[in-house]
Design a protein around this ligand. Structure first.
Ligand SMILES: [Zn+2]
Ligand SMILES: [Zn+2]
Length: 349
């Protein structure tokens, strides 16, 4: 398997973003990304798939029901070749139709707190949790977290100038919700993204592009394990990326806190082996191995509970219990223990 780093959620002027595909690709190159997926609101912008300066640019979409009040249920959609926004008012139908056509759906920023400072910062959570045909959920959306940190004008001012001091990790409620879905026996793939818009932020008298695309591309990303190195053949590379996403062969990382390339989480039971996203059929005990590219607080979660914890670059653990096992790593960065790496689960049966 080959690791690539991707960002799967961003906007252009086709909806409410600030830069076009080519300029965003240039920002991705500067940030060291391998692939980006553009997800404009309720519009699939076709004809833009391709390599730009070595970065693969793909078209996805962020679909929502624009008539709904209050706003809710933003859904990231990948690997479709037709407009699916007309299904937005019915999330059951939306996710079902897309799954039927071989596409992927992720609930975007499923838990949101919003900010009391402006109506523009209202919470837009996912509310229809009985929908089950989605591929997964976005456990960490940088801009969603930032918005939640704007709880007062002084906090907003501080966050505007020192964003890396306020960003801490996915919301606990989002991780709890994910664990709850996993406990019900579901496979739920987690992704993490920028949700970059690149637009100037107006907070009171301050007007500033706080989050240029390339800054956000150095922050929360999704690292994917694909079958072979990218070939520059768009159709083939696209297939490998969507195969990895569908399988949950990926992890979420806050790369600003330390480059997360090289993280691995594997399990072995007798002759059977598995990595993130896979199901392992155990014969006796299962041995888990975590390897980090730097020192962090590594936690192995089993069905939502902490099974093992260790400060260091690796962790090994043996268990006889079935269930969903996933890894969280916190890293000490800018004076605080911040979320760094969140693996997808290995499903032990
Ligand atoms: Zn959204
Ligand atoms: Zn968005």
């Amino acid at each position: 398997m080959v690791e690539i780093v991707a960002n799967l959620h961003m906007h252009t002027p086709y909806s409410d973003g600030h830069l076009y595909h080519r300029e965003i690709a240039a920002a991705a190159v500067r940030a060291g990304l391998d692939a980006i997926i553009i997800t404009d609101h309720n519009v699939l912008v076709c004809g833009k798939d391709g390599y730009v300066d070595g970065v693969l640019v793909l078209a996805g979409e962020e679909v929502h029901d624009a008539q709904r009040r209050p706003q809710a249920n933003h859904c990231l959609v990948y690997n479709t070749n037709a407009e699916v926004a007309p299904f937005a008012s019915n999330p059951h139908k939306l996710t079902h139709e897309i799954a039927r056509r071989g596409g992927l759906t992720f609930f975007a920023h499923p838990i949101e707190y919003g900010s009391p400072l402006s109506d523009d910062f209202a919470a837009i959570p996912w509310v229809d949790w009985d929908v089950q045909d989605n591929t997964g959920i976005e456990i960490w959306n940088y801009m969603t977290e930032f918005k939640a940190r704007l709880w007062s004008w002084p906090a907003a001012l501080f966050g505007t100038f020192f964003p890396s001091l306020v960003i801490r990790g996915p919301f606990k409620a989002t991780l709890r919700k994910w664990d709850e879905l996993l406990l019900n026996g579901r496979r739920v793939v987690a992704i993490g993204n920028a949700d970059a818009h690149g637009t100037p932020f107006q907070i009171g008298p301050i007007r500033k592009i706080i989050f240029p695309y390339d800054y956000l591309f150095r922050c929360v990303n999704t690292h994917l394990l694909i079958e072979r190195p990218l070939t520059q053949d768009v159709a083939q590379d696209k297939r490998m990326i969507y195969d990895a996403l569908r399988a949950g062969r990926c992890f979420v990382a806050y790369d600003l806190a330390g480059r997360a390339r090289g993280f691995t989480f594997t399990a072995r039971s007798s002759a059977a082996q598995a990595t993130m996203g896979a199901t392992l059929h155990r014969h006796g005990a299962t041995r888990f191995e975590v390897r980090c590219p730097g020192i962090g607080f590594i936690t192995l979660k089993h069905n939502g509970r902490t099974a093992a914890r260790k400060l260091g670059k690796s962790l090994e653990y043996t268990s006889v219990a079935p269930g969903a096992y996933r890894v969280e790593v916190q890293r000490f960065f800018r004076g605080w223990w911040r979320g760094w790496i969140y693996s997808n689960p290995i499903y032990v049966r």
